[in-house]
Design a binder for this molecule. Structure first.
Ligand code: BGC
Length: 492
């Protein structure tokens, strides 16, 4: 048998040679549009460093660089039981986390709820009622045997850009990740959730509002003190790191000690909103234009899981409609025309196809899109997926390199979480390679050697991280060290 055995990803140079010329030309033009060479990676990183600075300045810039009032790393000796709510881009999760007496150990009980698609563009009341319902269900089943005195403290992981004047406040700057719910932007989301809970008589008080990246940073540092940055590469993408208050000019009016640590939620998805440096393809321009928030999250729209499948779909439609090659000729591409019909897992499956004849990719197109693909079309599909996935991983490395350069963090570990980081084939290796190019590291002497900066799988930031932050807040509060910590109404 020829051509049906398993094969090694990702290079398919050999299989490309036999393709028809017009198809090869299309592949070449996609390669030109999506490939980011070392010099460009370095230029993006340099600009990134200055944008991080700008975000911390009084004038501000595109990257919000939000102070979070998370002001300590855990020492591993935190204890207690906390409730955490994780409102991510795709799921809702409620957890009860017990930080045990054993250093850096914890127990977790959790329930996941699907975030109904219609809620993301629905009504604000419906959103909070749904979340309060989930919390109520969890509390009633988990806590029925535990008599509660007073209100249960909750760490609320709200993974959207939010201004925090206090740790238990979050004024939504803007929705991201395709959310578009009226009446929430510009508002503090904490009272909205608490009001819905109160209507149900659920005895919960939000003690800290947390970004998933800050949670990831803190949870990762709990088990590995070398962790200096928390990143999410999932439906959205972002990072948090620990800054010194003296390097945050926009907080100067608070007269905080210069060496006091402050976790910064960068919201780096907004990098290059002014389109100065990222090489944008015509597909990126369409994604932005058709999104609920055009002009926002320029960096995120090239990297995050929400958009990877959509970039791919736009390429396919373009190659069918507008190009000489006319892929899927004579077939009805109705299913492919539906925006956001393909998610990042579709691209993952293409890149993961182990067969020389791309059989799994062919089956995927049949099942999901009702399209039959010729062998040359399958080669083009595979290459397009590789290009999109590689660009995402290489761009993500620019953000990591920028924070490490700004803070002079080499050597360090970076904790990363999210579906793209955990599940997208070769994302980690491609990101690591880009870091080596950007920071001019010599080739590794052996595969077991560590790079000066290693991006590693993080601990559960939105659950354990949220609980730790609630514990750290409680510790600061009980020590009377309350600068910027809790909203004045909560000083009781
Ligand atoms: C949000 C961030 C979040 C990231 C990852 C972005 O869209 O703005 O707050 O950290 O997604 O979930």
């Amino acid at each position: 048998m020829v051509g049906v055995g398993p094969r090694k990803p990702p290079s398919r140079k050999g299989s490309m040679a036999d393709l028809p010329k017009d198809l090869l030309a299309e592949i070449k033009s996609l390669e030109e549009a999506f490939t980011i060479d070392t010099a460009k990676l370095k230029a993006i990183t340099k600009h990134f460093v200055s944008e991080l600075e700008k975000g911390l300045s009084v004038e501000g810039g595109s990257i919000p660089m939000n102070p979070t009032w998370v002001m300590d790393f855990p020492d591993g000796h935190e204890t207690g039981t906390y409730l955490a709510l994780d409102m991510g881009g795709t799921n809702l999760r409620v957890c009860e986390i017990t930080l045990t007496n054993n250093k850096s150990e914890f127990d977790i009980v959790q329930s996941k709820y699907r975030m109904p698609e219609e809620l993301k563009t629905g009504d604000s009341d419906e959103l909070w009622e749904y979340i309060a319902d989930c919390l109520q269900q969890f509390v009633e089943t988990q806590q029925s045997e535990k008599p509660t005195q007073g209100k249960i403290p909750l760490g609320f992981t709200f993974s959207y850009p939010a201004t925090q004047n206090y740790i238990d406040e979050g004024i939504l700057q803007r929705w991201t990740k395709g959310f578009d719910i009226d009446g929430v932007e510009g508002q503090n989301v904490v009272p909205m959730l608490e009001a819905a809970l109160q209507r149900r008589g659920v005895p919960i008080v939000v003690s800290a509002l947390i970004n998933d990246t800050t949670g990831t940073l803190i949870a990762s540092a709990y088990t590995d003190p070398k962790m200096k940055i928390g990143c999410i590469f999932g439906t959205g993408c972002n990072a948090a790191y620990m800054e010194n208050c003296g390097s945050i000019p926009k907080l100067a009016h608070m007269n905080l000690p210069a060496d006091m640590p402050m976790a910064i939620n960068c919201e780096w998805g907004a990098f290059d909103n002014e389109h100065k440096i990222l090489p944008r393809t015509k597909y990126d321009i369409i994604i932005d234009k058709e999104s609920p928030r055009p002009g926002q999250q320029a960096f995120e729209k090239c990297i995050a899981g929400l958009y990877l499948g959509e970039i791919f779909r736009l390429i396919m439609v373009d190659l069918h409609d507008n190009k000489d090659v006319h892929i899927f000729e004579g077939q009805d591409i109705k299913a492919l025309r539906k925006p956001y019909t393909l998610d990042a897992s579709f691209l993952s499956a293409i890149e993961d196809d182990p067969f020389e004849n791309l059989q799994e990719t062919s089956d995927l197109f049949k099942d999901k899109l009702h399209l039959s693909c010729t062998r040359p079309e399958l080669e083009l599909i595979r290459r397009a997926a590789e290009l999109i996935g590689t660009r995402a991983a290489r761009l993500s490395a620019c953000g990591v390199a920028a924070i490490c350069t700004k803070k002079n963090l080499q050597p360090c570990h970076v904790g990363a979480d999210g579906s793209v980081f955990n599940k997208y084939p070769h994302f980690k290796a491609r990101g690591a390679q880009a870091l080596r190019e950007i920071l001019d590291w010599p080739a590794k002497s052996n595969s077991a050697a560590e790079d000066p900066i290693e991006v590693l799988a993080a601990e559960d930031g939105s659950g354990v991280g949220a609980a730790l932050i609630a514990a750290l807040t409680h510790k600061r509060f009980s020590k009377g060290n309350i600068a910027g910590i809790l909203h004045p109404e909560n000083f009781k």
